[in-house]
Design a protein around this ligand. Structure first.
Ligand code: ADP
Ligand code: MG
Length: 635
């Protein structure tokens, strides 16, 4: 496996080869200490100067390199600023101070690098944990197999709304695929028998049988890398802020320092003294702590969240989560466990119960919906053999349909059958009866007729009611439930959970409308969901949250946050964490600014020395970093 290869090649390198910056910093610190020691012992001399100079050159190389690289890109960055400061100190003969600036700056840079690495590690580890399996065709059904163990030539069932697990060729079925993860092209691509499909692309409406043509190790790894890269790219807004800030601020500071250094001497004041003050100003005004203040807090919070199984795809969503004023929940699979069971089976007219269940289960075999699993497992329990099907289509929010033995069989919501004008008053009556008990009614039919009624039942998650309460305590103004289920069923469940408002019989696009309506009154809005039918609403919400384990790949892909452990109590945690992070960022910024300001004031009259300037800057950076790390300690 590529991962294995990477780790062996890392293993054959020594620690220092992998960590050149640490090596340089270590050497440089040792030289500085030696130079100090020697100068105490023997006083200043050319040996001491040589030691200092080597310490400066070794420790400062990465900084100067960065500074020059930024300069080539026509950006004047912090690295450049510090390099100037060091060169100036050397010119003034302040060897020890120059070396100290170099070392303390390198320490600050490394600390920032470590905190970022730690988060990436946490995200990657979680990604490794989500077991990617494929449904491999065997005699009599489909068996989930680890993707990396799927052999070439295996036939794999790809359900609607799930990712294609392997590279392969379609041998049965037709569908459209979203290949944007590979091509960046948002337009879905039609696929039929004979077409090639790629691992990592998203199947939409139809179900496909795909024959694997490649082994999966590489694509699996590629997928993980893509996720990690995405999380990195999400840091971009903060990075851009830093660049914009440095681009304006740094030239201004350099000009100011030049003025302080050379203007007073024009009026006869001592040149050396004022050059020194200019230098101190240069080092003092290095906005390290300020620039670090936001990213370290965000990175630290993202790590804290990842440890709790909450994957946040970017700092932006973390920031928004704390100020949401409305939360919308999907019902099935989100507020309820999604582990449904068939509770009643009512055939109409001459229909035989077993035949009805057989046909319904045959269709549902290809569906990803939690309802489908319930129907199929009931049929299994009764030992029924399921006939083959053709032309399977899922209609998110409505139901599913396929051709079996030459006839079209539909399984789905009463609303869908109503739309087709198939319901009479008798059937409506039966539906109302079962729905008021909180059971979800499903109709089975075909050829313009309704053949029977099935109900499936589902329990609210144990934590649902308390989570809704907790959200209200956190001053979320509105908690609503949006579901495609029957209104009476939805009401019965909503009552147990205590949401403010329930909107039922919603199609996926209706859920989007509902979220947008909420946004008009209670922006920003957070939406939690698990299904294919929730994906558009997750995208529309300001923060979309997907259930990780129970959620479909589309939902996970679209969402901004994933609750890997499917634990709703992580929602109040997310809101609280977000608020703490926002507070902490404010603290950090205020602290960094006040600190800079005080030292700036002290510099012009010449109170501060280079030592104090460096100490203040590194000290402020460290405090900002430690303050941010507090997010990880306490819950
Ligand atoms: P929710 O919003 O509660 O998660 P959905 O929008 O996924 O529910 O589904 C709405 C309704 O559509 C379901 O209650 C069910 O009646 C019907 N439905 C959707 N998909 C299927 C399916 N595969 N089989 C049977 N019924 C389905
Ligand atoms: Mg759902």
């Amino acid at each position: 496996m590529p991962q294995g290869k990477e780790s062996t090649s890392e293993g054959s390198q020594s620690f220092w080869q992998r960590r050149p910056r640490e090596l340089l910093l270590g050497l440089s610190t040792a030289l500085l200490v030696a130079a100090w020691g020697w100068s105490r012992h023997a006083g200043p001399g050319s040996l001491v100067q040589g030691l200092f100079l080597t310490a400066i050159l070794l420790g400062g190389a990465p900084m100067a390199g960065e500074g020059l690289r930024a300069l080539k890109g026509r950006r004047v960055g912090i690295d450049f600023l510090m390099t100037l400061g060091v060169i100036g100190a050397v010119i003034l003969g302040e060897w020890g101070e120059a070396a100290a600036v170099v070392i303390l700056f390198a320490v600050a840079e490394l600390l920032e690098k470590y905190s970022v690495e730690r988060t990436r590690g946490a995200i990657k580890a979680l990604m490794d944990l989500t077991p990617p399996t494929a449904l491999v065709q065997e005699k009599g059904g489909y068996r989930p197999v680890l993707v990396k163990e799927v052999p070439v030539g295996a036939r794999v069932l790809v359900k609607p709304g799930t990712r294609v697990p392997v590279d392969g060729t379609v041998v049965e079925g037709a569908s459209t695929l979203d290949e944007s993860s590979l091509t960046g092209e948002a337009q879905p691509v039609e696929k039929k028998v004979g077409d090639v499909v790629y691992a990592g692309t998203m199947n939409q409406q139809g179900s496909l049988i795909v024959e694997a043509t490649k082994r999966a190790e590489e694509t699996l790894f590629a997928q993980i890398v893509r996720y990690v890269e995405k999380a990195q790219a999400q840091r971009a807004p903060v990075q851009r802020f830093v660049d914009r800030f440095a681009a304006r601020y740094t030239p201004a500071v350099i000009s100011l320092a030049l003025l302080v250094a050379f203007l007073p001497p024009l009026f006869g004041l001592p040149l050396r003294e004022w050059m020194y003050r200019g230098l101190v100003l240069l080092v003092i005004s290095c906005p390290c702590a300020l620039v670090l203040s936001t990213p370290v807090a965000i990175v630290s919070a993202l790590t804290a969240a990842a440890r709790q199984g909450v994957l946040i795809k970017g700092g932006k969503y973390l920031e928004t989560a704390g100020v949401v004023r409305a939360v919308a929940f999907d019902k099935t699979g989100t507020l309820t466990t999604g582990r449904l069971a068939v509770s009643t089976l009512v055939p109409f007219n001459h229909w035989e119960p077993q035949r009805l269940l057989t046909l319904a289960a045959a269709v549902e075999q290809h569906s990803e919906h939690p309802i489908a699993a319930a129907v199929v497992s009931r049929a299994r329990a009764e030992g029924l053999t399921l006939p083959p099907l053709r032309d399977f289509v899922a209609l998110p929010g409505r139901g599913a349909q396929a051709r079996i033995d030459g006839q079209t069989v539909s399984v789905g919501s009463p609303r869908w059958f109503e739309e087709q004008g198939l319901l009479g008053e008798g059937i409506r009556q039966r539906i109302r009866q079962v729905a008021s008990a909180g059971h979800t009614p499903l109709l089975v039919g075909g050829e313009g007729e309704v053949w029977g009624l099935l109900t499936v039942a589902d329990e609210p998650r144990a934590e649902s009611a308390s989570v809704v309460q907790a959200l209200k305590r956190l001053q979320v103004a509105r908690v609503v439930m949006l579901t495609g289920d029957d209104p009476a069923t939805a009401e019965a469940v909503a009552e147990k959970i205590g949401v403010d408002l329930t909107q039922a019989a919603l199609l996926p696009t209706d859920k989007v409308d509902a979220v947008q309506a909420l946004q008009r009154e209670y922006a920003p809005v957070l939406m939690v969901g698990d299904g294919v039918n929730d994906a558009p609403a997750l995208a529309a919400a300001d923060v979309g949250v997907a259930m990780g384990a129970a959620g479909t790949d589309v939902a996970l892909e679209t969402a901004d946050v994933a609750l890997m452990a499917d634990d709703l109590t992580k929602l109040p945690f997310l809101l609280t964490l977000s608020r703490r992070t926002r507070r902490l960022i404010r603290q950090n910024i205020v602290f960094a600014l006040v600190m800079k300001f005080i030292f700036l004031l002290l510099t012009v009259p010449g109170v501060t020395t280079l030592w104090m300037a460096v100490g203040a800057d590194v000290g402020a950076s460290l405090l900002v970093i430690f303050n941010a790390l507090r997010l990880q300690s306490r819950r």
